[in-house]
Design a binder for this molecule. Structure first.
Ligand SMILES: [Zn+2]
Length: 455
């Protein structure tokens, strides 16, 4: 029986994620995200491609916006569609989508984007009744109207709380979607535990395909470097801003900061985080013993003095000496707290701005990183020219696996067909080339957007 795969994104890149698996009488949607770097209509995947197809269920890998941000649009388009996700994702999704409405409403005004918001708060509220949380590693049979035998299982993907790789078993065929994956332990997120039996089809993320694996890179080494940098700034009387993603990286970094305090690398003190980061930190505490993670007994609110810095305060809060701020957005996108604070701190030689995650080359974060000490930078076209006098560093705390680890997993899964997704062109090409040697019999495909591939 023919099964088809269709890439619903607009380009082969690190952008929105959404893929369609078509079966004879029905289909499944894998994620429905928005492009993190694009505003407006072009940030959406092309869901119109499946408008007239049956979609039995949407299977959500995790709650980052590039995987979940267009979910309400897909749900509106397919009112019968079930929506399956892991239990931690079920606790996170509401806050993510409501926050997304808030951002779109703000951008509608500021950027004059009349198509925003794509959905409203009440639509998000109404969706809640359609979510089905599913346990990890237990096959869930899908009740096809057609009577086909299909089951889906969610496997821990290690990337952030609740993240999953998704196995679809259909008439004896195994199709596995990695979502975003990390095969190593982070600070509190436990490593991925993917199926170890061979699969027929693998849909694999390739985020780090363009990045050579350095033998001396590790979170531990980066943590030592970061600890020394924070300490240096504090000792000369400055404050530290760490622009950061609210979900995932904020909690990993908070744990790291706690360890630094325990070890005496930095003094015991308050840590400021953003409002959304605070919400997700509370959810981490709430689910500590129920979701797959390390240190389930550790509660952020008990172990750390956390204060919340709301967006409205970012403009005039005194920065002074010795403040440690873990504030979103991670790439210092304009109109976020980290952007406002960063612009205030950049021209003060005592302070430090430390980036800890991926920085898109066009983002304000990358622009600051490219600016030499005492050089000038304009963070957005309407903004003033700023001089970079503070200390700026980039640390690599990726929550994705490196490319060699992904190849290692591919050799365990031994797929007959591999679809390479969620990577920039050079990353995709690296995997394509590498797999010629590592899996010579596999059909390796960089799926052209919109094209249907029979599998
Ligand atoms: Zn992600």
């Amino acid at each position: 029986m023919a099964v088809t795969f269709q890439n619903l994104t607009r380009a082969n890149e690190i952008g929105a994620n959404s893929y369609y698996l078509g079966f004879e009488k029905n289909g499944l949607l894998l994620d429905a995200g928005v492009h993190p770097k694009i505003e407006g209509a072009l940030s959406k995947p092309v869901l119109e491609r499946i408008q007239h197809k049956d979609v039995h269920a949407l299977l959500l890998s995790h709650c980052h916006l590039d995987h979940v941000g267009a979910l309400p649009i897909a749900a509106h388009q397919h009112p019968e569609m079930e929506i399956l996700m892991t239990m931690p994702s079920h606790h996170l999704i509401d806050r993510i989508l409501h926050n997304s409405v808030n951002i779109m409403v703000k951008q509608r005004e500021e950027l004059n984007l009349v198509e925003y918001p794509f959905f409203t708060h009440s639509e998000v509220d109404r969706l809640a009744g359609r979510y089905t949380p599913v346990p990890f590693r237990r096959p869930v049979p899908l009740d096809w109207r057609s009577g086909d035998h299909t089951a889906v299982s969610f496997y821990e993907a290690g990337h952030i709380q609740g993240a999953a790789g998704i196995l679809v078993e259909h008439d004896g065929k195994k199709i596995f979607y990695t979502g975003d994956v990390n095969f190593r332990d982070q600070k509190i997120t436990r490593h991925a535990r993917f199926p170890e039996e061979p699969v027929d089809v693998l849909i694999a993320e390739t985020t780090r395909g363009g990045k050579e694996v350095s033998p001396d890179w590790s979170w531990e080494n980066e943590q030592r470097r970061l600890g020394a940098a924070i300490r240096e700034v504090f000792e000369r009387g400055g404050s530290v801003l760490i622009p950061i993603f609210a979900l995932g990286k904020t909690q990993e970094m908070l744990f790291m900061v706690w360890e630094m305090m325990q070890e005496g690398v930095i003094p015991r003190q308050n840590v400021s985080i953003g409002g959304l980061g605070s919400t997700f930190t509370s959810i981490h505490d709430q689910l500590a013993s129920q979701s797959p993670r390390l240190h389930p007994e550790f509660k952020f609110r008990q172990e750390l003095e956390i204060d919340v810095l709301e967006y409205e305060k970012a403009r005039d809060i005194p920065i002074g000496a010795g403040r440690l701020m873990l504030i979103s957005a991670g790439m210092m996108t304009p109109q976020t707290s980290s952007y406002i604070l960063g612009a205030r701190m950049l021209h003060h030689p005592l302070h430090g701005i430390f980036f800890v995650g991926y920085c898109d080359p066009d983002s304000p974060a990358a622009q600051i990183l490219r600016t030499p000490p005492m050089g000038e930078v304009r963070l957005d076209p309407q903004g003033p020219l700023l001089q970079r006098k503070c200390r700026v560093e980039h640390f690599d705390f990726s929550s994705h696996c490196n490319r060699d680890e992904m190849i290692g997993y591919m050799k365990i899964a031994r797929p007959k067909t591999v679809f390479l997704v969620h990577g920039d062109l050079n990353a995709l090409r690296w995997f394509e080339e590498k797999l010629k040697g590592e899996l010579p019999d596999a059909r390796v495909i960089i799926p052209e957007p919109g094209r249907e591939y029979e599998i």
